[in-house]
Design a binder for this molecule. Structure first.
Ligand SMILES: Nc1nc2[nH]cc(C(=O)O)c2c(=O)[nH]1
Ligand code: SF4
Ligand SMILES: [Mg+2]
Length: 266
């Protein structure tokens, strides 16, 4: 935890007094997802500027879902600002430093106005903002199918079990393999999905070894995606066929083929 983050999030003295009973109670009161000891404070500082109760939103739009087992279906995307990771191949760095604080009620209203059964929360890293949990619950209660894209570096325990998780396991060439939170694996449901983004043959071999070591094929669905412009679809397809693995589904990011690969808001 860096000093600056600690200062910004320090609770008022009265809160500290109430919390002296046990250490765990104190942690419960003050811990927020961005207070993880390994998170560089400057990457998440923007979150501390938003008014209490609001979510920092980068964009809300409707498009075709480009990934996962829902690929091809109309979907409303709610992209939350800020990420604590810096994957070398990240395709949404524009979400790191820009965002508009929005009340959850306003986000819900905007989402419902699209009248679309499928909603995806993505980012950035959505789990850095705990206010997302009641909002996801409300949309589930509204009858929406809610998907959550997360880096896998944050605890999945608070996520409503009705949410369909699409969790990354970061491969070595992302530069963020050390942030994989392996304790999340037992929290995944059979209906959830683990995504590997493959930037090289090294990443591919790491994926195969990880799938085997953790018996991931028995846990949930598995997706392998090529970093656009680094590994060709043909290379990934050949590697998968040669590997003998039967349960890893190759996916192409549909939106990068339909629209300009650099386009935003699609
Ligand atoms: N069309 C479309 N589908 C997507 N699926 C996951 C996305 C993401 O950015 O997380 C995404 C995205 O940005 N666009
Ligand atoms: S976790 Fe996602 S948003 Fe964050 S740096 Fe990696 S790819 Fe980008
Ligand atoms: Mg994207």
């Amino acid at each position: 935890m860096s000093a600056s983050v600690h200062l910004v999030n320090r609770p008022p003295p009265a809160t500290i007094l109430q919390a002296t009973a046990t250490r765990s109670r104190l942690l419960f009161l003050i811990e927020t997802p961005w207070m993880h000891p390994t998170i560089p404070a400057h990457r998440v500082a923007l979150l501390t500027t938003r008014p209490t109760g609001t979510l920092l939103i980068h964009e809300i739009y409707r498009s075709l879902q480009g990934e996962s087992s829902y690929a091809g279906l109309p979907c409303v995307f709610v992209r939350l600002s800020v990420c604590d990771l810096r994957c070398k191949w990240c395709d949404t760095p524009h979400a790191f430093g820009q965002g508009t604080p929005m009340d959850p009620a306003a986000i819900r209203e905007q989402v419902l106005a699209f009248d679309c059964p499928l909603v995806e929360f993505t980012g950035g890293e959505p789990l850095l903002q705990p206010e997302i949990h009641p909002l996801m619950r409300q949309l589930l209660n509204d009858g929406k199918t809610v998907l959550l894209e997360t880096s896998g570096a944050h605890d999945l325990t608070p996520v409503d079990p009705r949410v369909h998780l699409i969790m990354d396991l970061k491969c070595p060439d992302s530069g963020e393999v050390a942030r994989n939170r392996w304790e999340n694996l037992p929290l995944l449901k059979p209906s959830d999905e683990i995504k590997f983004v493959i930037a090289s043959r090294v990443d591919f071999d790491w994926m195969i070894a990880t799938v085997r070591e953790h018996q991931l094929a028995e846990r949930c669905s598995l997706l392998a995606s090529a970093v656009f412009g680094s590994v060709t679809p043909l290379q990934l397809a050949n590697w998968l066929l040669e590997s003998g693995e039967q349960k890893i589904r190759m996916q192409l990011q549909l939106h990068k083929y339909i629209w300009d690969p650099q386009a935003r808001g699609v």
